[in-house]
Design a protein. Structure first.
Length: 132
């Protein structure tokens, strides 16, 4: 129930941002910038990777590490939310919007710290690539 509430709240915020002319990714980047001061206290690549994987492990049923080295981590989340994947909760909101939002937020934080991150949605689920 808590996961569904979180996804619904994020979905509502994305719909509102889109109504105001922003994309889900732009809205995510805006929120990511708000978190810069927090991340300035934890600027390491390992901290960012651990936070990202831990977050998805807490929110989903499975996170698969596909590749891992000191400079690159690739992971897959096969399903974010069956409810969101099967039917949009709100008009003008989709699972792709959710991934674009998280991609915008986390890629903005990663870039601020001097790293890169890209999240995409595909047939296998959400794939994230993080590089130093």
């Amino acid at each position: 129930a808590a996961k569904a509430l979180m996804y619904r709240n994020i979905g509502s915020a994305i719909v509102e941002a889109k109504a105001g002319g922003m994309t889900a990714e732009e809205y995510g980047k805006k929120l990511g910038r708000q978190w810069f001061p927090v991340w300035d206290n934890n600027p390491g690549f390992e901290q960012l990777v651990n936070f990202s994987i831990w977050s998805w492990a807490a929110l989903t049923d499975e996170v698969k590490i596909l590749e891992q080295s000191a400079d690159k981590v690739v992971y897959l989340v096969p399903s974010l939310s069956r409810e969101l994947e099967e039917a949009p909760l709100l008009e003008s909101f989709s699972i792709e919007d959710m991934v674009a939002f998280f991609d915008g937020m986390m890629s903005e934080i990663a870039a601020h710290l001097g790293f890169s991150m890209k999240m995409t949605w595909g047939d296998e689920g959400m794939k994230a690539i993080m590089t130093r």
